[in-house]
Write a protein that binds this ligand. Structure first.
Ligand code: GTP
Ligand code: MG
Length: 182
C-alpha cells in the first residue's frame, strides 16, 4: 500500500513562472516566509509533500529550460501542476503553446491538470482574467478529455496552498472556474 502514497505528479511551466518557489512554499519550507530567492531549475528536482500522517506525494519539477525534454517524463503520470506567471502576460502565449502540447500527449489523456496562476501577489484580477482568456481555457474545456482545475497562488503570501494540497490529495477534482468579467 505504501506505493499508493506516491502519486506520480509533475510540475511544469515556462522558465521563471514560479514552480520552485511554489513547491518550496507548499512543502512548508520556512525560508519562503521571508521570501527567499530561487535559482532556475537545471534538469529536474523532486519535492516531497506530506499530506497526512502516512501520505506523501512526490512532485517532480522539470525546469522550463527543459521543455523540449518534458515528454521523457510522462510515463505513469496522473497529475500535472502547470504553472503560469499571472503577472507576466508577455509569457502567456509561450505558456499556452507548451500547455496545448502537453494536453495533446497520448500518455497524458487521463491526467488531471492543475492550472496554477502564480505570483498573484504581484498580479491583478484583471490580469488573471486576461491570462485565462489568452490561454483560451473556456474553449479548451470543450475540446480536451482532461479535467482542468484553476487555482490562484502566491509563494509570498501563501495564497492557494490549502486548495492545492486538497487537489493533490483528491483523485477526482471537478472544479472549473470560468474567467469572469468581474
Ligand atoms: N512576487 C512573487 N515572485 C515569485 C513568486 N514565485 C516565484 N517568484 C519569483 O519568480 C522568479 C522565478 O521563480 P522560480 O520558482 O525559480 O521559477 P521556476 O518556474 O522554478 O523557473 P525554472 O526552474 O527556471 O523553470 C524568482 O525570482 C522568484 O523569486 C510569487 O508567488 N510571487
Ligand atoms: Mg525551478
Amino acid at each position: 500500500m505504501s506505493d499508493e502514497s506516491k502519486i506520480a505528479c509533475l510540475c511544469l511551466g515556462p522558465t521563471g513562472s514560479g514552480k520552485t518557489a511554489l513547491l518550496k512554499k507548499l512543502s512548508g519550507n520556512k525560508d519562503t516566509d521571508e521570501y527567499s530567492s530561487t535559482v532556475p531549475t537545471v534538469g529536474t528536482s523532486l519535492t516531497t509533500i506530506k499530506i497526512k500522517e502516512q501520505q506523501k506525494i512526490i512532485i517532480r519539477e522539470l525546469g522550463g529550460e527543459m521543455a523540449p525534454l518534458w515528454h521523457q517524463y510522462y510515463d505513469g503520470i496522473n497529475k500535472i501542476i502547470y504553472v503560469v506567471d499571472a503577472s507576466n502576460l508577455c509569457q502567456i502565449s509561450a505558456a499556452g503553446v507548451l500547455l496545448y502540447d502537453l494536453l495533446a500527449q497520448p500518455k497524458l489523456q487521463k491526467a488531471k491538470i492543475l492550472l496554477v496562476l502564480a505570483k498573484m501577489d504581484v498580479s491583478y484580477r484583471q490580469m488573471r482574467n486576461e491570462a485565462l482568456l489568452m490561454l483560451q481555457i473556456k474553449r479548451l474545456e470543450k475540446e480536451i478529455p482532461q479535467t482542468i482545475t484553476i487555482l490562484e497562488t502566491s509563494a509570498v503570501t501563501g495564497e492557494g496552498m490549502e486548495p492545492m494540497l486538497e487537489w493533490l490529495q483528491s483523485n477526482v477534482t471537478v472544479t472549473f472556474k470560468e474567467p469572469s468579467s468581474s
